[in-house]
Design a protein around this ligand. Structure first.
Ligand code: AMP
Length: 310
């Protein structure tokens, strides 16, 4: 529960001076859990009291993109729980795992100030008391784009999300469209495991210059940070002009335009069917396609996507 009191005493002197004070008192009762056992007890209690549980799984280094998911869960009337866990099984590149930004204290502060009810910040032993050897079969959904360039990534995502769902037992879980393929994988995991969790996709939150917010943005060196918004700006332009070009021309144009100044390197850009993620050769008649991109800005890998409307 967060109680906010805004206090605005106004003092008028000689009719011209106004003193304006704002006092804010935040009485926050957000709770932080580090163990499965303590969280399980709390969730059981909340369910008995009739609360719906809204769940936002994250890897921390929180920004407004994450916060937007918390707000949506709150808006829908849930007790909202955010997990913060950098999941090792989804990192195919161990250097990426080592440099992934971590700042639990700051994350807790952000959540405290943004209406979150519960935080779950387990260590690896809590999530994986034993090695998780499960292999999920996602077919094409996991073999294209991110799946092609990050082998094993989505199996790791499915492992951690299913484990977290088992612990948190949410009614609804919130995921960002920013990781569009991940969202498709989670929906498929829920389908094949007959999980009762409702999955809600949420819009991409961007910086003022268009760059999709990401925990990895903090790792960008100045020159790369300056160029990175060009990714979204190019995607946006492509959607405005796409009717005059065919799909392969648009794909070529996007890659060449982004790489033109020699700073950014595109790993892939594809235009795919939103449901099957199969690469398209011709524009579909309905609004069912999305352009997905991965770009290296130096050592930092950024992803983004955009709808192509018919
Ligand atoms: P991460 O901590 O990167 O694993 O992200 C946790 C959740 O936040 C995922 O569902 C992401 O898709 C979502 N997310 C990350 N960045 C954004 C963003 N810029 N806008 C909306 N959602 C985001």
């Amino acid at each position: 529960m967060t109680l906010k009191i805004y206090f605005y005493p106004k003092v008028f002197g000689c009719g011209v001076q106004e003193y304006f004070f704002t006092l804010r008192f935040f009485f926050t009762a957000m709770e932080v859990f580090y163990t499965v056992q303590s969280l399980t007890k709390k969730i059981k209690q909340l369910k008995q009291e009739g609360f719906k549980i809204g769940f936002v799984p994250t890897m921390g280094a929180l920004h407004q993109g994450h916060v937007s998911l918390v707000y949506l869960s709150q808006k829908e009337g849930n007790k909202t729980i955010v997990s913060i866990f950098v999941n090792p099984t989804q990192f195919n590149d161990k250097k990426d795992l080592a440099r992934y930004p971590r700042n639990l204290e700051k994350d807790i502060e952000i959540l405290k100030n943004n209406e979150c009810d519960l935080v779950f910040a387990p260590d690896e032993k809590e999530i994986y008391p034993e090695p998780d050897n499960r292999i999920f079969e996602f077919g094409t959904l996991a073999s294209v784009m991110e799946g092609k360039f990050r082998p094993g990534h989505f199996n790791g995502v499915a492992q951690v999300v299913s484990r977290l769902f088992d612990i948190v037992k949410p009614d609804t879980a919130y995921f960002g469209n920013k990781d569009f393929q991940q969202l498709a994988i989670v929906r498929e995991m829920v389908r094949i495991t007959n999980s009762p969790v409702k999955i809600t996709g949420c819009p991409i939150v961007r910086e003022a210059d268009g760059l999709a917010m990401s925990s990895r943005n903090a790792l960008l060196e100045t020159n790369y940070r300056k160029e990175a918004p060009f990714i979204y700006q190019t995607l946006k332009k492509a959607t405005l002009e796409h009717k005059e070009k065919n799909i392969s021309e648009i794909k070529k144009w996007v890659i060449e335009t982004i790489e033109a100044n020699g700073i950014l390197k595109v790993e892939y850009f594809d235009i795919v069917d939103k449901n099957s993620l199969i690469s398209l050769q011709t524009w579909p008649e309905k609004d069912t396609c999305i352009g997905c991109i991965a770009v290296f800005a130096g050592k930092i890998r950024l992803i983004d996507n955009i709808d192509f409307e018919s």
